[in-house]
Design a protein around this ligand. Structure first.
Ligand code: SF4
Ligand code: SF4
Length: 465
């Protein structure tokens, strides 16, 4: 049986060979104005990604995503585990901002600012080109000596270790990270294992997975079809100008010796061999396009050599390509900002309403009430306090109603470190007389050292008689 029955006529995916194996991409670097701009942008972003964990405002980190402590500091504002509503509003606001940005500027983030693209195209690929050299379509030279390949992977490893440490510092902070780095791996195997695993993940991503991250793993890339509209900025080939593509050959001249009328695209394929996701942008808008603009630089360089005007491939929009007017004002670019304004208002309202501290009272599990030697009823409770300020706070607790109820605190002072949540065990001793049908309501007043107080209502459990 012929193999051709099983083989598709064309590539189903840009990174799959016809037999289903991985098609490794070695994109050719295309120099041009956009590459120069992207390169400067990338260097700036690498500096920002690296330095952000070191930035502190008023002694607080600018960004720290402490998952273990369930405390997220973003723009120096700390979201505590009790800030579910604030965090939810913030996340919805971030999502809407992404929607608005994508509707206006398409995948500018992917091509210009995403860490995956920035590190892949401006750190790992240059290292690869340095050690492997390039030829033809941008692939590595044949017969690269083993030592060069080994050296390349060693440099990859060093960069991955650095990246792993940078990445981890967003989650554990630079102080804890530097402590981990100075520890012996034998004494502290868990931190060492975490660093090793993140380094391996970086190596896997940048040495093996590469463009697959954008093509199959990134959710933002998958959502493009719904986030973009007809007026969004895209990288597009000008079909009207480029087609029919091909080179004017004398052999194709008609009987009168006239050469056929052809478009500006000479079908050189440079826009394809330079593409880091392996697509041909002349086929129209594709989900795989990360708007890296390499095809624009490649084609402009061809047009320049031919003495033709540039921008056969350029930033455009689907409506502009159809000859329609393309504007910024449209339904989604009006609705998203309105929703964002609502979200910002909700965030500010909830933020201003939140107190300087949170207090919750809970019943101890097990046997919550006992009769004391002097015949009173003792309830065992848990008082959970959260200090929402960046300074130490001390609290005083007392029962405001009824008068003859006493508190027995497990600790001398109710003191909390900045942004700390702590549970205190308290005993509430009340006379039997206040219980009706085995229940008695008390008002517990918690006041901090700044005079801010909260009153909690709680039902004690007691005997029926
Ligand atoms: S089609 Fe052009 S802009 Fe899109 S990913 Fe390929 S090279 Fe980059
Ligand atoms: S680089 Fe330009 S001229 Fe060459 S194939 Fe692509 S679109 Fe056509």
């Amino acid at each position: 049986m012929s193999n051709s029955i099983l083989e598709p006529e064309e590539h189903v995916l840009s990174t799959l060979e016809r037999d289903g194996s991985r098609r490794w991409l070695k994109p050719k670097l295309s120099k041009g104005k956009l590459l120069t701009l992207r390169r400067w942008m990338a260097y700036l972003l690498i500096a920002v990604f690296t330095l952000v964990p070191f930035i502190k405002i008023g002694g607080k980190p600018f960004v720290l995503l402490d998952i273990v402590a369930r405390r997220f500091t973003i723009f120096s504002f700390t979201f505590l585990p009790t800030d579910t509503i604030l965090l939810a509003i913030f996340m919805v606001g971030m999502l809407l901002t992404i929607f608005l940005f994508t509707a206006l500027f398409g995948r500018v983030w992917c091509g210009w600012a995403c860490p995956q693209t920035v590190y892949m195209e401006f750190v790992f690929r240059p290292i690869e080109r340095l050690f492997d050299g390039t030829q033809g379509r941008g692939g590595r030279k044949k017969d690269v000596p083993a030592w060069r390949i080994g050296a390349k992977y060693f440099v990859y490893f060093l960069v991955s270790v650095f990246l792993a440490n940078t990445f981890l510092s967003y989650f554990i902070g630079v102080e804890r990270l530097s402590h981990w780095v100075r520890q012996s791996p034998i004494d502290h195997p868990v931190p060492f294992l975490i660093m090793a695993l993140v380094t391996v993940a970086m190596m896997f991503d940048f040495c093996f997975f590469r463009e697959q991250m954008c093509l199959v793993a990134c959710p933002y890339g998958r959502f493009q079809s719904v986030l973009l509209d007809q007026n969004s900025l895209i990288v597009a080939y000008d079909q009207n100008r480029g087609e029919p593509r091909g080179k004017a050959k004398k052999s194709n001249a008609n009987s009168a010796g006239e050469l056929p009328v052809i478009g500006d695209c000479i079908d050189c394929g440079n826009c394809v061999t330079t593409c880091p996701t392996g697509i041909d942008i002349r086929g129209g808008l594709q989900m795989e396009c990360i708007n890296c603009t390499q095809c624009i630089d490649a084609c402009n360089s061809v047009m320049n050599k031919l003495g033709r005007s540039p921008n056969l491939i350029r930033y455009s929009s689907q409506s502009r390509d159809r000859g329609e007017k393309s504007g910024l004002l449209r339904a989604r670019t009006l609705i998203y900002p309105l929703l964002l304004a609502g979200i910002a208002t909700a965030f500010i309202t909830v933020f201003l309403a939140s107190k300087t501290f949170d207090a919750v009272i809970l019943r101890e599990p097990g046997n919550p009430s006992i009769i004391t030697e002097d015949g009173r009823v003792r309830n065992l409770l848990k008082l959970k306090l959260t200090n929402r300020r960046d300074e130490t706070m001390t609290f005083v607790a007392n029962v405001s109603e009824p008068n003859d109820v006493e508190l027995d605190l497990s600790e001398d002072a109710l003191e909390l470190e900045p942004n700390e949540t702590k549970t205190f065990h308290i005993g509430v001793i009340a006379p039997k007389s206040i219980f009706q049908f085995a229940r008695a309501t008390i008002l517990l007043q918690i006041e901090n050292d700044k005079g801010v107080s909260r009153t909690l209502r709680f039902k004690l459990i007691g005997p029926y008689d």
